[in-house]
Design a binder for this molecule. Structure first.
Ligand code: 5GP
Length: 118
């Protein structure tokens, strides 16, 4: 379990411009990009430009900014995929299944009944 933020985590490297990714949206406080192993077509991740491991360490201004970016991404997903159903998912801690220890929100055009079957 991660207790100190690791500056070399994969999302930190993206924010530093050290590794490539498919950008969906960016502003001064957030970044959204395509998940490399999508659980459904159009699976997007939204991250804050803050060194937060999980929800516990997320500052209020970044929490608000992440949610506003999630709204934008979801609106685009609804248009592009012509579906209402979008899952917003966010894992805290290795026990919950978190694998990248920079806070991130999943936005997945899917259904809870179909998740895991893709
Ligand atoms: P977690 O299980 O921590 O909530 O989700 C981490 C997510 O990051 C996974 O869905 C995984 O596919 C995604 N991921 C891991 N490494 C990379 C990467 O190098 N690039 C991108 N775009 N996504 C990644």
């Amino acid at each position: 379990q991660q207790t100190v933020y690791d500056d070399n985590n994969i999302f930190a490297k993206m924010l530093n411009g050290d590794i490539p990714y498919h950008k969906v949206y960016e502003d001064d406080k957030t970044l959204a990009f395509m998940d490399i192993m999508p659980q459904a077509k159009g699976h997007v991740l939204v991250i804050p430009k803050q060194k937060a491991i999980d929800l516990a360490g997320l500052e209020p201004e970044y929490a608000a900014a992440v949610l506003m970016t999630c709204k934008k991404v979801m609106r685009a997903q609804r248009q592009v995929f012509e579906r209402e159903g979008i899952i917003q998912m966010q894992l805290n801690g290795a026990q919950a299944g978190q694998t990248v220890f920079h806070y991130h929100v999943h936005l997945i055009p899917s259904s809870i009944h179909e998740l895991g079957r893709h």
